[in-house]
Ligand binder design. Structure first.
Ligand SMILES: [Zn+2]
Length: 413
């Protein structure tokens, strides 16, 4: 006896309509619809030809500094300005305040179909461990809807903000899931890289960088990160967000850096909303888009994924925690308009991001955890273009969100 049977759904890379069954939180049955020996189920849901995807994986998001627009007196004029404005606001953050804004983001994400998330919790002398502890409590509180990973993130720099390294150590002891790094805050890049690689090795944790967030092709920490990853034998365990400087590098050299990224099996996280908003400034003629070079990296076989990053703060005064909105933005700005591109983008939001986060038991296959989102439209391209409000979401086989929309157009034939 199944707990749940979804009938007549469309799956990726499958032309036939399928039935998907769940037992004890896991996918226990996948077969073409209309078969003769369909198992009984306590609950049945009609898929009606809509596409069923594995739950979205949000690989890079900042929870505690989301929803700050009402506290800002002006817009950030640059990356350093955004960091400075946010650092000032952080003095007023309390745990309750951070948790309330974080939960608003998580609710939006769950409603959007997100079942796994990696957040960047800031650890520094301003906040101490309060942002980290707030995230750790939330991780437990939301566990029936979302698996939350926490990166111990030194946004203010490690050497620039003395005391940060000790706080990071403490956060990792308390349960941080990944060591964070940032290549554009400390003056001595090599010392920064050495410290975070050592910390990752000591604690047996993956590394997750904010790297090369500029249009300056001379900022190429990603090449150093690739070399160190290979030297440390950490292939597949290191991620880097932004990596936009690489998009300004001369093509031939960018190709060889991309080869090195592939060899190190780095997961590259494109954060298009923030990158488009912050980069390309100060160029009066032909301003750059300032994106991660997604096409080049995909061509080289690199695991490129997409993150929301910031929601309505100085870094990105836009957005919500819907991965489809971010994927759509990347589609438009990275020239990814075809049917194969849509399938690629959805793969990046699901299996690709799942691999970046080291998820096990993920994906729509028998034996995996039943983390799923059902749409009423039949293809990846429809999902990307429509960004449909109407979605149903399950976490380990239990329904966590359902959105229905009713609209009428009057007076037209
Ligand atoms: Zn970030």
């Amino acid at each position: 006896m199944l707990d749940l049977l979804l009938t007549k759904v469309r799956l990726q890379n499958e032309a036939r309509l399928m039935d998907v069954g769940v037992r004890k939180g896991r996918i226990a049955y996948i077969a073409p619809s209309g078969g003769e020996s369909v198992p009984d189920a306590l609950h049945r849901e009609q898929g009606a030809g809509g596409m069923l995807l594995p739950g979205f994986v949000e690989p890079h998001i900042h929870l505690e500094k989301a929803y700050l627009l009402s506290r800002m007196e002006h817009e950030a004029a640059s990356l350093q300005d955004a960091i400075q404005m946010t650092a000032e606001m952080k003095h007023g953050f309390t745990k309750e305040d951070m948790q309330a804004r974080s939960l608003a983001v998580i609710r939006e994400a769950v409603r959007s179909g997100v079942t796994h998330m990696r957040c960047q919790a800031e650890v520094d002398p301003i906040l101490g461990l309060t942002a980290f502890e707030a995230a750790l409590e939330l991780k437990e509180r939301v566990r029936d809807a979302l698996d939350l990973q926490i990166v111990v993130f030194p946004q203010e720099g490690i050497f620039k903000s003395p005391g940060t390294a000790e706080l990071m150590e403490e956060a990792l002891r308390l349960g941080g899931d990944a060591v964070g790094g940032i290549t554009y805050q400390d003056a001595d890049l090599q010392a920064h890289l050495q410290l975070v690689f050592d910390m990752a090795e000591k604690h047996g944790k993956p590394l997750d960088f904010h790297a090369d967030f500029s249009d300056n092709p001379d900022q190429l920490a990603i090449a150093e990160i690739a070399d160190r990853t290979i030297a440390a034998g950490m292939q597949g365990l290191v991620s880097a967000g932004h990596v936009t400087s690489l998009g300004s590098l001369e093509h031939g050299r960018a190709m060889s850096v991309a080869d090195r990224i592939k060899e190190a099996d780095l997961h590259i996280m494109s954060l298009p909303a923030t990158d488009l908003f912050i980069n390309g400034r100060g160029e009066r003629e032909r301003p750059r888009r300032g994106l991660t070079p997604v096409g080049l990296l995909l061509e080289k076989g690199v695991n490129v994924v997409i993150g929301v990053n910031n929601v309505r703060n100085p870094f990105t005064p836009f957005g919500k925690a819907d991965p489809l909105e971010t994927a759509w933005l990347l589609a438009v700005t990275a020239h990814m308009g075809g049917d194969a591109d849509a399938r690629q983008l959805i793969q990046m939001l699901t299996e690709g991001a799942g691999r970046a986060l080291g998820l096990r038991n993920y994906g729509l296959r028998e034996g995996s955890e039943a983390d799923m989102v059902l749409f009423s439209v039949p293809t990846e391209r429809d999902i990307l273009l429509d960004k449909p409000e109407r979605r149903t979401v399950w976490k380990r086989g239990v329904k966590t969100a359902e959105t229905q929309v009713a609209s009428q157009v009057h007076g037209l034939l």
